[in-house]
Design a protein around this ligand. Structure first.
Ligand code: SAH
Length: 804
C-alpha cells in the first residue's frame, strides 16, 4: 500500500513532515509512505506583509485541493497555519506526539533568564500575542516587527542588532538551531507566557471518509497531545479567532488533571485578559469553549461600543451615494447590506471589513428582521463601527426606524445617513420629475405590498388625489392597484408608468395609462423591483429622459483586461450608458525568486547609475520588496529614474520620487533613443520588469553599458472571476466582447472553454489592433470590428460606430 503525504516545501515543513513519515514508517513497516511537496499561495508571495494578504488559509488551500482531488492522502501543516474551519469533506486526524509547546527567547546575550536582558532591550516578533506578553514581563522592552522563516529572522536579528527574537521552540528544535549552542535559547513557561493554540503540534488533515489513513494516524497518536489539541483548538474556534487578534492557549496535563491557560484581547491590544480553567481528561472541548466564552465576555464588557450607521446607498447608480456614506464604508469594520445595494460598494471597504448579506436573493430567504437587529447590536457591542446599508433611503420603506429603536434600547449608538430614494432618484433617471409646476403640486408615496383583501389603503382618498402617486413594492399587485384607482373614480386616461431597476444598466420603463399599463407591463414581463407612478408627470419623460437614451445604454460589454487595468475602460463605457462586465482574463503575478534576487541588491543600489520602471506593477512590487527588507526610498539615492507611462510616473511620485525621464510614447525605440545619450560605458542600468517584456530595450542598452534585468513579475491567466461569461453568451446576454491584447484573447478562450467559442457569434467581438485580430482569427473568433486607432478610446469609437 502506498500513502502520499503532502507538505509545503519550506525547510521546516519538510523536516517536520519527514519526522512524521519516520514515525509512521516505524509503526507501519509494511506501508510505503511517500512525500509530495506542494507550493501554496503563501509560499509564492512571501515578500508581502502577511496582514496585507489576509487571513489564514494561504498556506493550506493548495494542499487541501490536492487532498480533495485524491492527489495526496494526507496533508501535513503547522497548526498555526490552519484556519479554524476546514473545507467540507476534510477533517483533522488525531495528532502525533507534540514537539516542545513553548516559546523561546533566542538572544546573542549570555544570560539565563529573560529578565536579565539589558534595559530597553529591543526584541523582534511579529505576533500580537507575543508583543503584549513581552510588555507584561517588562515595560521597557521595545518590540520591532520581524517576519520570515527561522533563518531569515536570525539573520535580521544580527543585521539589526536586536537583543533577541521570540520563536517557537518546536521549529528551532526541528531544524537543529536549539541545540547548536550558537545562541542562548531561553524557553518561556507556557503557563505564564501562553503559546499559540496547539503550538508544536502537527496538524494532519485527511479526507473524512478515509478510514485507512485514520487508522495509520492512530498508530502514531498520543493521548496527551490529543487532549491538548482538543482543548486549545476549541478555545480558538469558540473565539472565532483570526490572526489580527491576540490569542493564546496552552493546556497543561498532569495525570488526569487538565489546566487550560488562555489569552484573549482586542485588535489594538489595549485590552488583554488571561484566564485559566480546570477539568479532567475527556472534558477538553468543554473547557476550551468555557474559557473562550469567559474571556470573550470580559473583553467585550471593556470595549466601548461602536457606532452603527443606518445608511442609504442610493437607488442604483453607484454615484448616487452620499459622500458621508462613502466615507463610512471605507472605514467601517462591518458592513451589513441588502439586495438593492450596488455591489460595487463592497469593493470600497477595507480588506478586513466583515461583509454580511442579509437580503433576499433568488430562492434564499432574507434574514428575519429580529435577527438583523440582534446582529447589529452584537457587532456594535464588539466595538465595531458598522454600516447598515440599504437601497435608496433607510427610512423609506426600509425598516431603518425599527433598527434605530432597537439600537437605542440596547444602548448602542447609531446615526442615520439619508440616501437618494428610488421614489425621487429612480423616477428622475426614468425622465419623470416627481413634481412639475405644469401639472402637480404634491406627491404621495404608497406601499403596493398589500397584505390582504381588505388592505389598509384608503382607495377613495387616493383616487381623488391630484398629486403624483408612487407605489413601491407593487408590481405583483399592479392590476389591483390600477383597478381600485379607476373603480374609485380616477380617470382611466391618467398617465402611468412602471420603472424597473431605475438608474442601473438594466433600467426599463413602460408607459401607458391607468387603463392600459397593466397589460403593457405584463406584456413586457416587467418584474420587481419596480416603481409604479401615476400622474401627469409621466408625460414629461419625452423631453426629460437622459439616461436610457445614452448611445450605449443597455449594452453589455465584456472587458477582458486585468482587473487593475480595466477601470478606465469601464468608466468610459459607463459614461456612455453601457454596462461594462469585468471579466479579467489576465493578472500580474510576482516571481518570488526573482524578487528575492532583486532584493539582494537593495543594500548597494548606489552601484547603479540608472533605473527604469516600465510599469505600475514594477513600481508596486519593487517598493513592496524594498519596504519588506526594512529600507525605504532613500536606498535609491541619486539614481537617475526613468518611468514609462504617466501612470508609472504618478505611482513613483506617491513614493516621493519625481522621474527624471518619461518618454513621450511608450515604444521601446523612444525609450532607447531618449536614454542612450545619457549613458556612458561606466553607467550601470537596473530594470525590474515583466518576464513578458520585449528583449529589445535590454539588448540595445547593453551595447553601451551593463544592464541588470530582473524579471520580477509575469502575466498569467486570471481564474478568479465572479461572472459566467460562457453562460451569458449562450443566453445571448452579451453585446460586445473587447480584446486589448493577444494574451487576453488566448486566456479568454481558455476560460470560456474552446468548445464554447462558437457562442461568441452571439456577440460582437472588438479588437484593439492587427496583432490582436490575428490571434482572434487563429482561435476561431470573428473580428466584427477593429479599432482604427489602437487604443481604448479607439475601441470605444468603433463600438459607437457599430451602434449608429
Ligand atoms: N428604501 C428604498 C425602498 C425600499 S422598498 C428606497 O428608498 O428606494 C423596495 C422597493 O423600492 C422595491 O420593491 C421597488 O418598488 C423600489 N425600488 C428600490 N430601488 C429601485 C430601483 N432602482 N428601481 C425601481 N424600484 C426600486
Amino acid at each position: 500500500m502506498k500513502i502520499i503525504v503532502g507538505s509545503r516545501g519550506s525547510k521546516l515543513a519538510v523536516v517536520q513532515t519527514n519526522w512524521l513519515l519516520e514515525e509512521l514508517r516505524k509503526a507501519n513497516p509494511e506501508v510505503d509512505f511517500e512525500l509530495k511537496i506542494i507550493k501554496t499561495k503563501g509560499d509564492k508571495i512571501q515578500h508581502k506583509a502577511l496582514d496585507k494578504i489576509g487571513d489564514k488559509g494561504i498556506f493550506t488551500k493548495e494542499l487541501e485541493d490536492a487532498l480533495l482531488s485524491g492527489e495526496i492522502d494526507m496533508a501535513v501543516h503547522s497548526m498555526k497555519d490552519m484556519p479554524s474551519a476546514l473545507p467540507d469533506g476534510l477533517t483533522l486526524s488525531v495528532p502525533p506526539m507534540r514537539e516542545d509547546p513553548r516559546d523561546v527567547l533566542l538572544t546573542p546575550h549570555k544570560i539565563s533568564a529573560i529578565q536579565e536582558l539589558p534595559e530597553n532591550a529591543v526584541i523582534g516578533t511579529g505576533s500580537k500575542r507575543r508583543i503584549y506578553q513581552l510588555k507584561n514581563i517588562r515595560k521597557d522592552f521595545e518590540v520591532v516587527g520581524i517576519r520570515g522563516n527561522i533563518d531569515t529572522r536570525i539573520r535580521k536579528m544580527k543585521e539589526q542588532g536586536l537583543d533577541g527574537i521570540i520563536l517557537a521552540a518546536a521549529g528551532l528544535k526541528r531544524i537543529g538551531v536549539y541545540e547548536s549552542g550558537d545562541y542562548t535559547c531561553l524557553p518561556l513557561d507556557p503557563c505564564q507566557f501562553v503559546s499559540a493554540p496547539a503550538q508544536g503540534i502537527l496538524a494532519v488533515e485527511i479526507r473524512e471518509d478515509n478510514e485507512t489513513v485514520k487508522a495509520l494516524m492512530e498508530s502514531v497518536s498520543n493521548p496527551v497531545t490529543k487532549a491538548q489539541m482538543t482543548a486549545e483548538r476549541q478555545f480558538l474556534i469558540s473565539l472565532n479567532g483570526s490572526c489580527h487578534i491576540p490569542i493564546g492557549a496552552y493546556c497543561n496535563v498532569e495525570g488526569e488533571k487538565l489546566t487550560l491557560y488562555g489569552l484573549f484581547g482586542n485588535e489594538d491590544g489595549t485590552i488583554l485578559y488571561k484566564g485559566q480553567t480546570e477539568g479532567a481528561m475527556g472534558e477538553e472541548a468543554k473547557m476550551g469553549d468555557r474559557l473562550a466564552k469567559e474571556l470573550k465576555e470580559m473583553v467585550e464588557a471593556k470595549i466601548k461600543p461602536g457606532t452603527v450607521y443606518l445608511a442609504g446607498g442610493g437607488c442604483g447608480d453607484k454615484g448616487l451615494i452620499t459622500v458621508k456614506a462613502m466615507e463610512k464604508l471605507k472605514t467601517c469594520d462591518a458592513l451589513v447590506y441588502d439586495a438593492l445595494v450596488n455591489e460595487e460598494f463592497l469593493k470600497w471597504t477595507k480588506p478586513e471589513c466583515e461583509k454580511i448579506y442579509v437580503g433576499k436573493r433568488a430562492a434564499n430567504h432574507a434574514l428575519p428582521q429580529d435577527e438583523i437587529n440582534a446582529l447589529l447590536i452584537r457587532l456594535g457591542r464588539e466595538g465595531k463601527n458598522v454600516v447598515r446599508l440599504k437601497g435608496g433611503d433607510p427610512y423609506v420603506f426600509g425598516r431603518g426606524g425599527e433598527e434605530g429603536e432597537e439600537l437605542y434600547d440596547a444602548g448602542v449608538p447609531f446615526e442615520v445617513i439619508p440616501g437618494i430614494t428610488s421614489v425621487i432618484g429612480g423616477l428622475a433617471y426614468a425622465g419623470i420629475p416627481i413634481t412639475h409646476r405644469d401639472c402637480v403640486s404634491s406627491f404621495q408615496v404608497v406601499t403596493g405590498h398589500l397584505k390582504s383583501e381588505e388592505s389598509e389603503l384608503d382607495w377613495p382618498v387616493l383616487a381623488k388625489s391630484k398629486g403624483t402617486i408612487v407605489f413601491l413594492m407593487g408590481v405583483k399587485n399592479l392590476e389591483k392597484i390600477t383597478g381600485e384607482l379607476m373603480k374609485n373614480g380616477m380617470d382611466k386616461n391618467t398617465p402611468a408608468a412602471v420603472v424597473h431597476r431605475a438608474s442601473t444598466p438594466y433600467q426599463r420603463v413602460v408607459e401607458g395609462t391607468l387603463e392600459t399599463i397593466y397589460g403593457i407591463a405584463t406584456e413586457a414581463r416587467i418584474t420587481a423591483p419596480s416603481l409604479i407612478v401615476v400622474g401627469d408627470v409621466v408625460t414629461k419623460r419625452e423631453k426629460l429622459r437622459f439616461f436610457d437614451s445614452k448611445p450605449l445604454f443597455g449594452k453589455n460589454i465584456v472587458v477582458t483586461r486585468s482587473r487593475e487595468q480595466s477601470s478606465k475602460m469601464v468608466a468610459q463605457i459607463a459614461e456612455l450608458g453601457g454596462n461594462a462586465i469585468e471579466y479579467p482574463t489576465i493578472k500580474i503575478e510576482p516571481i518570488p525568486e526573482n524578487v528575492d534576487a532583486l532584493a539582494e541588491n537593495f543594500g548597494s543600489l548606489d552601484r547603479y547609475s540608472h533605473i527604469i520602471f516600465t510599469s505600475t506593477n514594477g513600481v508596486e512590487i519593487f517598493f513592496d520588496a524594498l519596504k519588506a527588507s526594512g529600507r525605504d526610498t532613500r536606498a535609491l539615492g541619486s539614481i537617475h529614474v526613468t518611468a514609462i507611462g504617466s501612470a508609472t510616473a504618478a505611482l513613483l511620485a506617491e513614493q516621493g520620487i519625481t522621474a527624471d525621464f518619461v518618454p513621450k510614447k511608450y515604444v521601446g525605440e523612444e525609450l532607447v533613443d531618449g536614454l542612450m545619450p545619457l549613458l556612458t560605458e561606466t553607467s550601470r542600468v537596473l530594470i525590474p520588469r515583466s518576464k513578458n517584456a520585449r528583449i529589445y530595450v535590454v539588448e540595445e542598452l547593453r551595447k553601451v553599458c551593463p544592464v541588470d534585468e530582473y524579471q520580477i513579475y509575469e502575466t498569467v491567466r486570471e481564474d478568479n472571476t465572479d461572472v459566467d461569461v460562457a453562460e451569458m453568451l449562450k443566453n445571448k446576454e452579451i453585446d460586445y466582447i473587447t480584446f486589448t491584447s493577444s494574451t487576453t484573447v488566448q486566456y479568454f478562450v481558455e476560460k470560456i472553454g474552446s468548445e464554447n467559442v462558437d457562442d461568441t457569434k452571439n456577440a460582437k467581438c472588438v479588437s484593439i489592433g492587427p496583432v490582436t485580430s490575428d490571434k482572434m482569427k487563429e482561435l476561431g473568433l470573428t473580428v466584427d470590428v477593429q479599432a482604427e486607432v489602437y487604443t481604448i478610446a479607439g475601441m470605444i469609437e468603433a463600438i459607437l460606430n457599430m451602434e449608429k
